[in-house]
Design a protein around this ligand. Sequence first.
Ligand SMILES: O=P(O)(O)O[C@H]1O[C@H](CO)[C@@H](O)[C@H]1O
Ligand SMILES: O=c1cc[nH]c(=O)[nH]1
Length: 235
Amino acid sequence: MSVHIGAKQGEIAETILLPGDPLRAKYIAETFLEDAVCYNQVRNMLGYTGTYKGQRVSVQGTGMGVPSISIYIHELMAEYGVQNLIRVGTCGAIQEDIKVRDVIIAMSSSTDSQVNRLRFNQIDYAPTADFELLHQAYQAAVGRGLSVKVGNVFTSDTFYQESLDLYKKLASYQVLAVEMETTALYTLAAQFKRKALSILTVSDHILTGEATSAEERQTTFNTMIEVALEAATRK
Ligand SMILES: O=P(O)(O)O[C@H]1O[C@H](CO)[C@@H](O)[C@H]1O
Ligand SMILES: O=c1cc[nH]c(=O)[nH]1
């Protein structure tokens, strides 16, 4: 096992879905994977491996924020050889034409986290999605008639803000939504020369206050998972 993941070598697939919430990992495994087996219960950060349309796929909770996801994806790539990493998360929209339940594919991510400034000696690195995964996910989403937006998202170190001024400014520079992990995912995947993508369901609108019910979130969430699995397993 690695420090935070209790799996034996070979128990984790090369392709993995990454929700923040470990109970969402359980839900995905039970709902979408066949013969799913739980490989991790350390810190209750559940991880499962099963098959989707005959191909091996894992799903691992990452927790919330850059430090937490960084630990899990570092170990998944360094210790378990994971190659394709797709975050399936929620986000808060900041564009007027984006509504709750829409699906966003993060082409790139801006951040207020200092981790990349530290990593790159104060320069601004631009964390970017893997183009092939992005293209496959976009095609899968459009093929389902989904309202999907592709663009820059903001990875924040804070969930609660005292003022919305920064988000209004980011919106005016075409940033689509706010979440808390994508910058770390794209940067670490690049470091390890692996493929990564973030697909996000809009759970709330930060500027209008619009929010989804739990039932609505579930339905949209299912569609997003199908898009992620299709993108991950397309040949
Ligand atoms: O739904 P998940 O994947 O956890 O993602 C979003 O939700 C959490 C905040 O509630 C943060 O982790 C944010 O990125
Ligand atoms: O990080 C997040 C996720 C969902 N909604 C938000 O407002 N922020």
